[in-house]
Design a protein around this ligand. Sequence first.
Ligand SMILES: Cc1ncc(C[n+]2csc(CCOP(=O)(O)OP(=O)(O)O)c2C)c(N)n1
Length: 327
Amino acid sequence: MSATHTPPTDNVLISRLYHSMLLIRRVEEHICDVYTSDAIKSPVHLSIGQESIASGLCDALKSDDMVSNTYRCHATHIAKGGDLNQMMAELYGKSGGCARGKAGSMHLIDMPKGVMGASAVVGTTIPVAAGFAQAMKWDAMNGGSKRVIMAICGDGATEEGCYAETLNYAALKKLPMVFVVENNGFAIHTPIHRRQPNWNLRARIETYGIPTQHVADGDVFAVRDAAIKAVEAARSGQGPQFIECATYRWMEHVGPTDDHDHGPYRDHAEYAKWKENDQIARLEKMLGDKAADVKAKVEAELKASIEFALASPYPDNSELYDYTYAA
Ligand SMILES: Cc1ncc(C[n+]2csc(CCOP(=O)(O)OP(=O)(O)O)c2C)c(N)n1
């Protein structure tokens, strides 16, 4: 697989995207390293191999725009500028975590940085994102700035009833939303052709009158360009937009290892093709000697976040019932 998009020559942009993708990869590699020690107790859904999607998308957003995601949310949290120390402390179950150590990997949140809380229940964040989009629209009508929310999910989430309902509502109300599907081809182990009679996702979305784009090769610059176009359209009042980004999950669905010997669900030639297309290696090559400074910065940020997490205390027993609700 080779990238079809003309790469930019702007080193500031290349460095920024390389930093974003490398930070995601190194944070998740750290998770893999420590997971068996039980220091991180919640299930982890890793985005190793999929980094270019979150990094390309979030680069098109302003700081007061928002992003929503599912349980596979480390990458968008980092790419949108979510606080890394709080994220790491949350993974370690510490009180300095973004949900005070009570939620773990699948429920990252950083509202000041525009990261909506994520959920383990497939598809549930999509209608919540539409609620934010509605509020953003009303706010802009009352003189506030024109903000956009990007609702990201996997291909499996598009099969939830609430996905169709949200597309319908967002199109009807011309909400400032960008729907994105990170299409890694699997819902856990089930490929898309065994789940849908018509797996042309974009054709389905277009029936709502929502314009669609497709990035077939994970090219980080192509993802960013598609996102810029969609965000501009949504921000200027043209209603919701849709982007399908093909990608590939290198690791198991949940957990810190690969599952390449777990039966025939993967096509190993396809995995090799995507691995060869690794956008982190590609940008590292483009940067040459300049990559070293970015790498050093990433390692320093990672180290600081681990130190923060380790130094943070566990939540006190007295907090057990705080922020819990009963009807
Ligand atoms: C409502 C609901 N149904 C089923 C599940 C079990 N489940 C967890 S992840 C998953 C697959 C989702 O796949 P996809 O949306 O493509 O995201 P990916 O994991 O590939 O990023 C399923 C079915 C769930 N968590 N919630």
